[in-house]
Design a binder for this molecule. Sequence first.
Ligand code: ZN
Length: 283
Amino acid sequence: MPIPIKNALTIDVEDYFQVSALAPYIDRDSWDRQPCRVERNVNLILGMLSTAHVKATFFTLGWIAERYPQIVKAIVADGHELASHGYGHQRASDQSPEEFKSDVTRAKGLLEDLSGHSVVGYRAPSFSIGEANLWALDTLRECGYRYSSSIYPVRHDHYGMPNAPRFAFAPIKHDQEFVELPATTMRLLGRNFPAAGGGYFRLLPYACSRWLLRQVNRTDRQPAIFYLHPWEIDPEQPRPKGLDAKTRFRHYVNLRHTEPRLRRLMADFNWGRVDQIFLRSRA
Ligand SMILES: [Zn+2]
C-alpha cells in the first residue's frame, strides 16, 4: 500500500546533448544539428503518467519549448504543471545577475505564451543555486516566480549546499510567499544522502531508492521531490565519442532499467504536481 503522503514527481525537460556534464564534449552551437530525442521521450513519459493516473511537474527549457511547442501543449493538455528550467541550460552559478534575470524571464515568457498558463516554478540547471548565488532566489521572486526547486543539500562535485534546510523553506526575509523546495535527501549518521532520483535512481537498486523515499515519508513525515530527465529512459540515444570514464558511467549507467523502475515507483507512492502539493495552502 502506498503511504498516503503525496510526493512531487518532476521531469527536467531537456535533451541528452544539453546535460551539463556533456558540455565539454558537445558544443552549444551544435545543438540545432544534434538528432533530437526529447519529443519521443517526453511522449513516452506522458503515456506512462496517464496510465498510472499520475500528475507531475515538467521543468522545461525555453530552448526546447521554442522548437517543440507541441511538447508544451501536450504537457498542459494532460493536466500537468508546466514550469521553467531556464532558457539555455546555463548553470545559474555561471551567470551574472543580469544574465540570470534575462534567462529566467525569457523562459517564463516563452512557456506562458505557448501554454496560455502562468508559470510559477523554476529549477536551476544542475541544481546550481547554492551559498554563493542565493541572490538568484530574489531575482526569481522579482520575475514573478513563486517557488524554486534548485538547491540540493548534499556534497557533490558539481553542485550542492550541504547546510541548506532539507525541506521547503522561505529563503527571502519577510516574504513567506516564495518558497525553495530542495531536492530530497535522507539524513543518516549526521550526513545528507541524495534521495531525489536522477543518476542515483539508475545507479542504486530499485529497492534502495524506494527505501530512501519511504524513510523520508515515514521518518521525516515530509513529501519527497523526485526528478528525472527524458533521456534517462532512452537507451537508444546517440552516444558522443571521447567521454571520460566518469562522465560515461554517470550518463549511461542502467538506462534500460529506468522505465520499468519508474513504473514501479509510480505504483509504490502517491504522486502529484509541485504547485498542488506545496503552494495550495499559501495561495
Ligand atoms: Zn537540466
